[in-house]
Design a protein around this ligand. Structure first.
Ligand code: NDP
Length: 232
């Protein structure tokens, strides 16, 4: 039976590697969303080699009209896994005296409201007889237990994202939907930089394998890319 995964921010970084990882498995149909499909060169190249198992759709997660357009394109298509991956880190090194509140608000719009907008819009696509998984790529920098001295917007947005998604896990407790948050590792992407600890392929492989094993008992958990529990 074919299953469908929808991945946001699929044109580069961890999102692109997640697309590649899912395409390695014949049973998966992949919907990769990105802001500018016309510029998504590498993603578009994958369409040719995917035997019609990859569809690219436009999505800007801060724009309600774009989210609605995605929902309309999907109609009542069943989604088995939603991966809220798109995110920004726009206040590197910020500290008191240099707060840029516009950037802070933008971080919340993309990193917190974005995943919630997309998840809300696709709730009927995820609510079906089979188990559906709502996977959100958070960050260790959102963990309250981890000491932080800068990057206020990014850290606080990921902390808020964790709270929003764990609240959703509670609200959806009696449904077939599983809600899980991931720290993807420190990953060699545009965001993580070239000194990061793991490759996008390693991160994507870990997230894929761990997501495959998720059961209802895992709903509400904050996990590392390799399946270990991440402290809050
Ligand atoms: P990249 O910066 O490489 O890629 C970010 C992706 O998000 C791009 O596809 C980008 O699209 C997309 N995106 C950004 N803003 C929006 C928006 N408003 N609407 C739709 N798409 C958007 O980041 P990574 O691949 O490294 O990060 C992926 C996720 O992992 C993020 O949520 C990040 O916070 C998280 N993470 C990453 C870590 C790392 O070490 N790399 C560590 C911890 C967490 P576009 O190309 O159009 O900008």
């Amino acid at each position: 039976m074919t299953k469908t995964v929808l991945i946001t921010g699929a044109n580069r970084g961890i999102g692109l590697e997640l697309v590649k990882r899912y395409l390695q498995e014949d049973e998966w149909h992949v919907i990769g969303t990105c802001r500018h499909p016309e510029n998504a060169v590498e993603l578009k190249q994958l369409v040719d080699s995917s035997s019609n198992r990859l569809t690219i759709l436009p999505l800007e997660v801060t724009d309600s009209a774009s989210v609605l357009q995605l929902k309309n394109s999907l109609s009542d298509k069943m989604i088995d896994v939603l991966i809220n991956n798109a995110g920004i880190f726009n206040d590197r090194g910020s500290s008191i005296g240099s707060f840029e509140f516009d950037k802070w608000a933008e971080s919340f719009d993309v990193n917190v409201l974005g995943p919630m907008r997309v998840t809300e819009a696709l709730r009927d696509n995820l609510d079906h007889a089979n188990t559906a998984k709502i996977v959100t790529i958070s960050s260790q920098l959102g963990a309250l237990s981890r000491r932080a001295v800068s990057n206020y917007a990014y850290c606080s947005s990921k902390a808020a994202l964790n709270k929003a998604m764990s609240t959703l896990a509670n609200e959806l407790e009696d449904t077939n939907m599983i809600v899980a948050m991931f720290h993807p590792g420190w990953v060699q992407t545009d965001m993580g930089g070239s000194d990061a600890e793991i490759t996008p392929a390693q991160s994507a492989d870990g997230i894929f394998s761990t997501t495959e094993k998720l059961t209802k008992a895992d709903s509400g958990k904050f996990l590392k890319w390799n399946g270990e529990i991440h402290p809050w």
